[in-house]
Every structure is written in structure tokens, then in C-alpha cells.
Design a protein around this ligand. Structure first.
Ligand code: UDP
Length: 316
């Protein structure tokens, strides 16, 4: 039987590379597209020589031309960490708007299912806790994070328009903080930042007083949620994330304990518009997809620490 073809934009990124692995394991041929602006071929080098995986270096804010049949389009391409989108504000807006338009256009032309990687940032600094899909959010459109938040909100609106107006079979996943191997050590997000600092004996940079909360989902759980959603018939946004909430300060202490590091904690100013709380309500994903996270925090952190240990010893 002929294999189905899935296109993954952002395939050389953290999530895109793990999703590509899962799709290959599910029997898809995968066409991975990435501009390599924040992605890295290191994340997909293990797929070199796999005849079911094809990589195309392309910026999806430009027209995407692909010959042949395409059954699924997963649009994950975007700078995704706060320092990335602060340094790449225009590219972030472009990939969320023009990139989403092009990826939707590809799905429409090929009659493919489409899934957009949206974000818990659609809820901004939330006034409702935990966040349910029907909460419209509290976003500052002109603040520094607005370039990401509004790009993703626009991407959701564009996706629903292609669904309603063109009948494209679309899905929207709102991804909450996710961690695991292949995150970039220098991407500024709290997981690689604290693990990298702890392993190198540097102070852990806790922003603000560390009382803000996040809920961390291990990457294999996240990818499982995305895959299940892509198989469903549901078109409105679905939260995928781990509802186990902790403060950033407690997270720093947990990393010190896991790594056995003697690093100090260094309190730094809180970035503008940094959300004070974040925790997904996953009742919809449970009901619709029979999905909930399976990987315990201790196990997920252990494999992530092992990855960064190896990465640092290779790098040094
Ligand atoms: N954070 C921190 N120190 C760091 C990096 C991040 O205290 O070195 C905090 C950040 O202010 C936020 C939380 O950790 O409150 C999560 O930050 P991250 O950049 O991982 O993603 P966000 O959830 O803000 O998109």
C-alpha cells in the first residue's frame, strides 16, 4: 500500500523533529520543511538516509511548491521562545500570518488535513485559571510578546476561515510549555536555561521572585496529543499540556536537586508581560482524544538532563 505523505513545517525544530519521528513510526512519508532560522539540522540528522524522510530548506513565508500528493500538513514553523521572538519580531509575525496562509493554501490545493501549532500564549497573562479553550485571553497586542501572541491568534483566525470558507479539514492545538531532548541550550526558555546553568555550575537565573507558575509537559506526551488531534474530526482549539503546575522558583530548586548542582539562585528582573500563571484545563483533550500526559516529571527531567549532559560534553 502506498504510504501517506505528511508535510511538517519547522521539522528541524524541537517539536517538529519529534513529530516527524512519530509520523515516520506511524508509517507516513514525511516532507520536512525548515528555514533553519531557529531550527537545526542536528535535530534531524538521525533521519539522514531514511528513504521516507525528505528535507527541504525553505522559508514558508514564501510560496510553498510541492509536487505530488500530500495527505497532512502540520504547520509548526515559528520562533517559539521569548528571546527568539524578541530578536526576530518581524519573522515571527510573518511566519504566523504569511506562513500560515501558505501552509493552509498547500493543504487546500492538495485536499490535505491541516494542523496548526498554536499556543497557550493566546491566553496572554490569563485572568482565568486554569485556562479553558473558551477563554478569549488577556493579550497586550503592542507589548514585546505581542508579536508571537498576535501572530498565533491571527493564525487561528486564518485557520478557522479556511475551514469555514474553503472547507479545509483543520485542527488547532494550543501547546503549553513543553520540554525534552533537542531543545536549544541557548534558546532562553526556562528548562534549557536552568538545566544548562545547573550542569555548568552557573547561577540559575530566576526572573522576578519566581512566584509565577508554569506547567511542563514532556515532549512525547505532547506529540501524542498532536497526533491524536490530527486523527480527530474536531476543528476548534484543543489545549495540550501537562496540568501539573509549579512556581518557577520551585522548578529551579527541583533542577538543583536532580542535577546535584551547587549553583546559587540569581534573581533577575521579570520580563515585560510575563504571564503570572499558566495551567491547561485538559478536560476537552481527555474527552475528545482520550489523551492525558503519561510521563512523570522526574522521568522527563531525567532524560532531558541526560540529553544536555551529553550535548555539553560534546560541545566542550
Ligand atoms: N524564566 C526564568 N529564568 C530564565 C528563563 C525563564 O525565571 O532563565 C521564567 C520566565 O520569566 C517565565 C518562565 O520562566 O516566567 C517560563 O519562561 P519560558 O521562557 O520558558 O517560557 P514562557 O512560558 O514564558 O513562554
Amino acid at each position: 500500500m502506498k504510504k501517506k505523505t505528511a508535510v511538517v513545517t519547522g521539522a528541524a525544530g524541537f517539536l517538529g523533529s519529534h513529530l516527524s519521528d512519530r509520523l515516520l513510526a506511524e508509517g507516513f512519508q514525511v516532507i520536512g520543511i525548515d528555514s533553519l532560522l531557529t531550527g537545526n539540522v542536528r535535530n534531524i540528522e538521525h533521519l539522514a538516509g531514511n528513504s521516507d524522510f525528505h528535507f527541504i530548506k525553505h522559508d514558508v513565508t514564501n510560496y510553498i511548491y510541492l509536487p505530488g500528493e500530500v495527505d497532512r500538513v502540520f504547520h509548526l514553523a515559528s520562533p517559539a521562545s521569548p528571546i527568539d521572538y524578541l530578536q526576530l519580531p518581524i519573522q515571527t509575525l510573518k511566519v504566523g500570518s504569511l506562513g500560515t496562509h501558505n501552509a493552509l493554501g498547500l493543504a487546500k490545493a492538495k485536499g490535505a488535513r491541516f494542523l496548526i501549532a498554536s499556543t497557550s500564549e493566546c491566553y496572554g497573562d490569563p485572568l482565568v485559571h486554569p485556562q479553558k479553550e473558551d477563554y478569549w485571553g488577556n493579550v497586550n497586542p503592542i507589548g514585546p510578546r505581542g508579536v508571537y501572541d498576535e501572530a498565533k491568534r491571527f493564525a487561528e483566525a486564518m485557520t478557522m476561515a479556511y475551514h469555514r470558507f474553503h472547507g479545509v479539514n483543520t485542527k488547532i492545538v494550543r501547546i503549553f510549555n513543553t520540554y525534552g531532548p533537542r531543545m536549544r541550550l541557548e534558546d532562553g526558555r526556562v528548562v534549557p536555561a536552568f538545566i544548562g546553568q545547573a550542569l555548568q555550575g552557573q547561577p540559575l537565573t530566576v526572573f522576578g521572585d519566581g512566584s509565577q507558575t508554569r506547567s511542563f509537559c514532556y515532549v512525547s506526551d505532547l506529540v501524542d496529543g498532536i497526533f491524536r488531534l490530527s486523527q480527530s474530526d474536531y476543528h476548534e482549539p484543543v489545549n495540550i499540556g501537562n496540568p501539573t503546575e509549579m512556581t518557577v522558583l520551585d522548578f529551579a530548586k527541583a533542577i538543583l536537586e536532580f542535577t546535584g548542582s551547587k549553583s546559587e539562585i540569581d534573581f533577575r528582573p521579570l520580563p515585560e508581560d510575563d504571564p503570572k500563571v499558566r495551567k491547561p484545563d485538559i478536560a476537552l483533550a481527555k474527552r475528545l482524544l482520550d489523551w492525558e500526559p503519561k510521563v512523570a516529571f522526574a522521568d522527563g527531567i531525567a532524560s532531558t538532563v541526560a540529553y544536555f549532559r551529553q550535548f555539553l560534553s560534546i560541545a566542550s
